[in-house]
Design a protein around this ligand. Structure first.
Ligand SMILES: [Zn+2]
Length: 224
């Protein structure tokens, strides 16, 4: 399921009452399209004259880029809530997922039959599972030195990126495509030119069903 803010907020409240004795203070929830994390607690460290400072300004961030089963999404929310519990009580653990984190995690897993893990970092397998169908504007870029790669444009930024590539002297050739291949879901949509290295044969394979784009002035049309 794709997380919504309402869903995350509601689960936070329910898990807070059920697993944390209602001790966690309400926290703002922000959704993002990050591909580098599923969930994250961000905060700042306030310096004090005396003592070592306090953790403040907590935000619970959840990425909407991934279509996880509901149970796994709930485990991600719980994982972040454990971090929040530790950080907001100004406790220190030995490491990000140190003994304190693990004992809380094991306790919640045991008492509530959850499957929270210490790492929900994304793997190649997770990427492969990310199969939602979306339309992508993809550019295959070949540099004069033989390297190649791809860039994926934010939909509102196609023309500026097109212009930028045309004016980039190291670029030998480039070609834009529109495609719904979920392979491209994993690349962030760029507002400025960012070229990702991709195996050329693999890229070729995934562009097989893509439709090339042609530009005339400021009009772009698909070449069927
Ligand atoms: Zn963590």
């Amino acid at each position: 399921m794709k997380p919504t803010r309402d869903y995350v907020q509601r689960r936070f409240d329910e898990f807070n009452a059920m697993c944390f004795g209602g001790e966690l203070r309400p926290i703002p929830v922000r959704l993002s399209r990050a591909r580098s994390f599923l969930g994250q607690i961000t905060y700042r460290r306030e310096r004090r004259f005396f003592g070592s400072g306090r953790n403040e300004g907590f935000v619970l961030r959840i990425s909407t880029l991934f279509d996880l089963p509901e149970d796994e999404l709930d485990d991600v929310i719980l994982h972040e809530m454990i971090h929040y519990s530790i950080l907001s009580r100004q406790l220190r653990d030995d490491s990000a997922h140190g003994p304190l984190f693990r004992s809380m995690m094991d306790d919640i897993n045991r008492r509530f039959g959850r499957h929270i893990t210490v790492s929900h970092r994304r793997t190649a397998e997770d990427n492969a599972r990310d199969t939602a169908v979306r339309q992508h504007l993809v550019c295959r870029v070949r540099f004069r030195d033989g390297r190649s790669g791809l860039t994926v444009a934010a939909h509102t930024r196609l023309l500026p990126l097109w212009d930028a590539l045309a004016g980039w002297s190291e670029v030998g050739e480039f070609r834009w495509y529109v495609t719904r291949d979920p392979f491209f879901n994993r690349f962030p949509r760029s507002k400025v030119v960012k070229v990702y290295r991709v195996d050329d044969a693999e890229l070729e394979e995934h562009l097989r069903s893509a439709v090339p784009l042609m530009r005339e002035g400021n009009a772009v049309r698909a070449l069927r």
